[in-house]
Design a protein around this ligand. Sequence first.
Ligand SMILES: Nc1ncnc2c1ncn2[C@@H]1O[C@H](COP(=O)(O)OP(=O)(O)O)[C@@H](O)[C@H]1O
Ligand SMILES: [Mg+2]
Length: 264
Amino acid sequence: MFDVIVKNASLRFGDHLVFENLNLTMQGGKWTCLLGGSGVGKTSLLRLIAGLSGNDNSRADVSGEVICEDGFPVNHRIAWMSQEDLLLPWFTVLENITLGQRLRRTWGDRLKRRPLLSGETTDQAMSILEKVGLSDKADVLPQHLSGGQRQRAALARTLMENRPLVLMDEPFGALDAITRLNLQDLACELLANRTVLLITHDPLEALRLGHAVYHLRGHPARLTDAIVPSGTTPRSLDNHELMSLQGTLLDRLRHESFSEGDSV
Ligand SMILES: Nc1ncnc2c1ncn2[C@@H]1O[C@H](COP(=O)(O)OP(=O)(O)O)[C@@H](O)[C@H]1O
Ligand SMILES: [Mg+2]
């Protein structure tokens, strides 16, 4: 697995400098977690990494590089998961999670009247639905799923894309505490060995799942030094270090004022 390095990233919307010369290394095959208050620039950083900044008529002024350690471009190697599950209401769960495969059908496939989904893709999708506990919901419309089930379907769609770099923008933010814990465990298991950047408002989530935890804060925003909790993920809730770090991080989030070189 390759590291992904954000180098000297700067972003400005008009007079508003969101961040400047920001550097971040996401270790290959590990989870990097990013905390920070609303509006600090977390989603903007994710969009910059995905190459989406400045693609939305927003007149964003963007600079910096995103480099993969293996020398290949980051394009087409990213899957994205957000708080909104983005399931299309008129498609079944199976149709939703295979949307990428269906959209990427070539003209050749159409001319040869190949089926919308190959048998192999359907088998793969069903196997992923089984892993996320939704094999009995393949033919169901999203409106009949609970919030947790919808987010599991979104996770299944992310897994179907099978990309090495996964960008997650508060993916469990709308879920109740228990469903959230269960989904954290599931995502941790199913995305093991991928390079994941997880944005969250929840220090406990970051500390359970992260190999490195950063806090983005200030105007323009800067990253604090990484917190590197010990032990394997997902960390257990009775881990004393985790509880103490959670207290420290909650305190920091309450007092967002930035002081240079701050670290835990
Ligand atoms: N398209 C845009 N045009 C102008 N300002 C934007 C745009 N997108 C985000 N911003 C501003 O950039 C800042 C960071 O936004 P965002 O990255 O969404 O924050 P976060 O995800 O940390 O809540 C906010 O002040 C927001 O208002
Ligand atoms: Mg955001």
